[in-house]
Structure formats: structure tokens, C-alpha cells
Write a protein that binds this ligand. Structure first.
Ligand SMILES: Nc1nc2c(ncn2[C@@H]2O[C@H](COP(=O)(O)OP(=O)(O)OP(=O)(O)O)[C@@H](O)[C@H]2O)c(=O)[nH]1
Ligand SMILES: [Mg+2]
Length: 246
């Protein structure tokens, strides 16, 4: 192989045609067109887009019209959809997003560069720039989750529940995922606590288009429980005990 195609750590260097952008979609007709157009524009149409969809509005039609692969799944929650989406990805670099136009698809190339620098997981930190577009209660909750997760994981994490990340696809297949509402925290904590190379990258966060699908109180409690369960399971695993607490 030509040296120019090798990343700095000697692994193969990925391009935008090695990227799948995946998401759960549940009645996101107000945002799906913009999100998929942004992905196509920033990747020159090279990346594939996959939507795991439970909608009863026009979301799947708009997604297909914009070139996305749509996988139907009855609505069973965020994590059920995102797990199926990440495992369906057909390219070696997998980028997750919400389908609500909150995440900056224009930063996809920066995330890819960091994977080429050798990181296994690159996690978008919404709180770094203040996240003014986020409802105040959610912002406070996300700061609290980050502190809670940092204390349990023994690594400083700034944003545990972000929806925008890049993963080397192999990582997604090497770990069993158990959480639903808390899947985003799990997708960060398990790789981090198993010694994968993980880093955060500040991202701009925009106001949501369309209606939220997450109840902040019920969802917040489920996320806190996932952070606790996953961190304890990973600590026990390090001590040689492979158990499920959830
Ligand atoms: N297929 C599917 N997608 C879902 C389900 N629940 C949520 N989603 C999608 O998962 C993503 C995250 O949901 P959001 O409502 O944005 O949750 P959130 O980001 O915590 O809340 P906001 O701050 O309001 O954006 C969105 O793209 C939703 O459409 C579900 O049950 N099935
Ligand atoms: Mg969202």
C-alpha cells in the first residue's frame, strides 16, 4: 500500500466515502430533508445515510427521496433505533446524529480526521460552546450527567449524552450494547473504560426542528440509571467479573 494512504498511526486512512451517517428517525419530517442535504453537501454525496425509522408521517419518503437507506422499526425508543442503525452501517467509519437539525453536519470531516489520527471514538461536546440552543433544564442535566459519569468512569467527560459521534465500526461490533434511552452514554462509557482511544470534540449545537421525542424527567432518570449500571459493570469487568446488573 502507498504510504500516502496510511494514517499517522500506520492504519489505513479513511476518506468521506468510508463514512456511514446513521440515525433513528421518529416523525422528523420537519428536519430530515435538511439533515440529509447537509450530509450530502459536506461529503460530496460520498457518505451513505441510514435511517432506522418508526414514523407515521412523511419522514421515510423524504429520507428515500434524499438517497438514504430506510430500515423500518416499530418505535421502541432512541437506543433500540440507534443500535440497529449503527450495526447496519456499511462503511468502516460510523457517524451518529439526531435527525432534528441540532448537530453540525459540517463538522463531519473534522470527526473523520480525528479517526484518521487514531481515535476509535470521537464524541461531540455540545456544552463546550455553552449550548445556548438547549433548553435550560436539559443543559443542567447534561452537565450533571457528565460529572456523574466522570466520577464513576475515572475519566473527565464533558458531554456524556451527545448524539453526534464518530466510531471505528469495529468498536461497535466488539461490544454488546444493552441500554435504550441511555445508549448514548453507554456508547461512550464502555469503549472509554475498556481502553479504546476516545476523545471529545467541541461542536456547535442548534435549536431543534420539530418536536422532542424525549421526556426530560423520565428520560433523565433512565440515563442516570444507565450511567450507573454501565460504569459498575465495566468496573466489575476489569476485576474479572463479567456480569449484567441492568
Ligand atoms: N426510530 C426511532 N427513532 C427515535 C425514537 N425515539 C427517538 N428517536 C430519534 O432519535 C433522535 C433523538 O431523539 P430526540 O427527540 O432528538 O431526543 P433528544 O435529542 O434527547 O431531545 P431534543 O433535545 O429535543 O433534541 C431523533 O432523531 C428521534 O427522531 C424511536 O422510538 N424510534
Ligand atoms: Mg435531539
Amino acid at each position: 500500500m502507498n504510504e500516502a494512504t496510511l494514517a499517522r498511526d500506520g492504519r489505513e486512512e479513511y476518506t468521506l466515502s468510508d463514512v456511514s451517517v446513521v440515525m433513528g428517525t421518529y416523525n422528523e419530517e420537519a428536519a430530515i430533508g435538511t439533515v440529509l442535504e447537509d450530509i450530502a453537501a459536506v461529503t460530496d454525496g460520498e457518505a451513505t445515510a441510514i435511517c432506522v425509522d418508526g414514523s407515521d408521517d412523511r419522514t421515510p419518503e423524504i429520507a428515500r427521496a434524499n438517497g438514504a437507506r430506510v430500515i423500518h422499526q416499530e418505535p421502541r425508543g432512541y437506543g433500540e433505533a440507534v443500535r440497529e442503525a449503527v450495526l447496519a452501517a456499511d462503511r468502516p467509519v460510523v457517524i451518529t446524529t439526531d435527525c432534528d437539525d441540532t448537530y453540525p453536519m459540517e463538522q463531519v470531516p473534522e470527526f473523520l480526521d480525528l479517526v484518521n489520527d487514531g481515535y476509535d471514538v470521537v464524541s461531540g461536546d455540545r456544552l463546550y460552546y455553552g449550548a445556548d440552543a438547549m433548553p435550560g433544564f436539559n443543559r443542567l442535566g447534561n452537565h450533571a450527567f457528565a460529572l456523574f459519569a466522570s466520577a464513576l468512569a475515572g475519566h473527565r467527560i464533558h458531554d456524556t449524552t451527545t448524539g453526534m459521534r464518530a466510531y471505528r465500526r469495529s468498536v461497535l461490533h466488539e461490544i454488546d450494547w444493552t441500554e435504550n434511552t441511555g445508549l448514548s452514554a453507554e456508547l461512550l462509557l464502555r469503549p472509554l473504560m475498556r481502553g479504546y482511544r476516545v476523545r471529545e470534540r467541541p461542536i456547535e449545537y442548534r435549536e431543534r426542528r420539530g418536536e422532542t421525542k424525549l421526556d426530560p424527567i423520565e428520560g433523565g432518570a433512565a440515563i442516570a440509571k444507565s450511567i450507573l449500571t454501565v460504569s459498575l459493570e465495566e468496573r466489575l469487568r476489569k476485576a474479572g467479573l463479567d456480569v449484567r446488573l441492568g
